[in-house]
Design a protein around this ligand. Structure first.
Ligand code: ZN
Length: 235
């Protein structure tokens, strides 16, 4: 780790002093993002769109009720730095803060109305040990704070994730099959429930598909919806 990253991450434990998107210093009452970047966040509004692009990529694979993402990002655009900060710069509380805000922004859409429980996409324990936290757990907590829904760690990562960056959609799908399992002690309490699986981003949907399949296979009668903080804008 470079000295600069080390200092940034040490500062991030308390409160980052600059906007995660534009890098400008924050006002006293601004948190993580400046007012301007927060106002201009590229919302997907997927929660208001029937058969939105996220639902389209999941279609025909495993039955999913609804899918939503808060904002679009493209590799290298300033808003992608939110995801980088969340995952690699020791800023999980940024995720909790922004997902709480997302859930409040989405309230009128009734996306969360029928959900019974929130389940974060898990990290394999080796990854959890090196990163120190699971960013999806923090995202789940933010949604829980806004909606009052409970969070249950009903999924486990059975294998270590290999890097997905250079794989195409078919390769990703193959590499994520069987990667997740349902935690046995949660099977009974989740029977017939509507579960919201939460992750940081959706690109091909292969991770979420593997998680949804694991829950559907293990728990009778569950319904699944999906939420990610961000959605990759491919074009
Ligand atoms: Zn800004």
């Amino acid at each position: 780790m470079k000295i600069k990253d080390l200092l940034t991450s040490a500062a991030g434990v308390f409160m980052p002093r600059t906007c995660s998107v534009c890098g400008k210093p924050l006002d006293g009452d601004e948190k993580f993002l400046c007012r301007k970047c927060l106002m201009n966040i590229p919302r997907t509004h997927y929660e208001e769109i029937n058969f939105n692009p996220f639902e389209q990529i999941m279609a025909g694979k495993v039955p999913i009720e609804h899918c939503a993402s808060y904002f679009f990002y493209q590799k290298g655009d300033p808003y992608a730095s939110i995801l980088h900060d969340l995952k690699y710069r020791n800023m999980p509380t940024l995720g909790r803060w922004l997902s709480e805000r997302a859930a409040r922004d989405m309230k009128d859409s009734h996306f969360f109305d029928d959900i019974d429980v929130i389940v974060p996409v898990p990290l394999h324990y080796t990854k959890l040990a090196s990163r120190g936290y699971n960013q999806s757990q923090y995202l789940a907590q933010g949604i829980a704070k806004a909606t009052g829904l409970p969070v249950t760690k009903a999924l486990k990562a059975l294998h270590e994730h290999s890097t997905q960056t250079h794989k195409d959609a078919a390769e990703r799908l193959k590499s994520t099959q069987g990667m997740y399992g349902a935690s046995k002690r949660h099977v009974e309490e989740l029977r017939g429930k509507h579960i919201l699986i939460v992750d940081d981003v959706v690109t091909t949907g292969s991770t979420l598909l593997a998680c949804a399949t694991a829950l559907k296979d293990a728990i009778p009668g569950v319904k699944i919806s999906l939420f990610t903080l961000a959605a990759a804008q491919l074009e």
